[in-house]
Design a protein around this ligand. Sequence first.
Ligand SMILES: Cc1cc2nc3c(=O)[nH]c(=O)nc-3n(C[C@H](O)[C@H](O)[C@H](O)COP(=O)(O)O)c2cc1C
Length: 246
Amino acid sequence: MDVTVPAASEESSDGGPWTLSRAERDTVSVAVASFSKRRDRSIWVLQSRRSILGVRCACEVLMAKQFREIGDTLKNFIASQKIFFTGSAASGSRVNISPRSTDHLHVLGPNEVAYLDLTGSGSETAAHVKADGALTLMLCAFDGTPMILRLYGKGRIALRGTPAYAAFLDRLYGGAEPPGARQIVCLDIDLVQTSCGFAVPLFDHVGERSVLDRWAEAKGEEGLRAYRAEKNAVSIDGLPTGFRDP
Ligand SMILES: Cc1cc2nc3c(=O)[nH]c(=O)nc-3n(C[C@H](O)[C@H](O)[C@H](O)COP(=O)(O)O)c2cc1C
């Protein structure tokens, strides 16, 4: 097990695994080292009382922590990630999970994030939001200090052509609409949760794909409107997405 115990300078009032005291960090290091050593020797039964207490203590200090809002440390964590996942469902629907680039994810306030949603072959998230379903955003560290961040709440959609959509573009994109943009998905956060992320693999970020931009530019405005009218009206479960172009 490869565990990075964070430096004291990474402590913050946001909590999460970055807020261990020095004593807690030492306990975790000892417990994890002890457990790993035994695992290497294929001894899966922890034999000493000291190890059992140490591992229990490690689990306690590294278990999930909950917060009411996104503080500066978590905001920086979001800014340093390359990918985020949306999870949503409405009553009786399938559960949708979508991976996206954080290029279009923005922290608007301590309890509000939003992403510019680009045209795709479906619009599951919007359908679930419209049906008053739940929306969760998840980010996890694929390098550096491990951490998983989950943002739970209720979604809102700002459609193209609305004042809210225009204000968002003005504030974050200098008023220019990126290729394929179709709506904004906002999340009003009621719970922020961090957890350790020790089982998340390490990945190197190679780059962003330009496929969607090229696809949208090739379709052109009229082509995209026709595509969205055909593909984006209902979810795979037949729920209305509420989508309409201005
Ligand atoms: C050009 C194009 C790009 C797409 N890009 C993504 C993507 O980045 N992430 C994703 O989950 N689905 C992508 N999809 C697939 C679906 O649009 C999407 O998964 C599905 O509709 C989920 O609903 P959501 O967009 O509300 O999350 C893409 C589809 C097309 C045609």
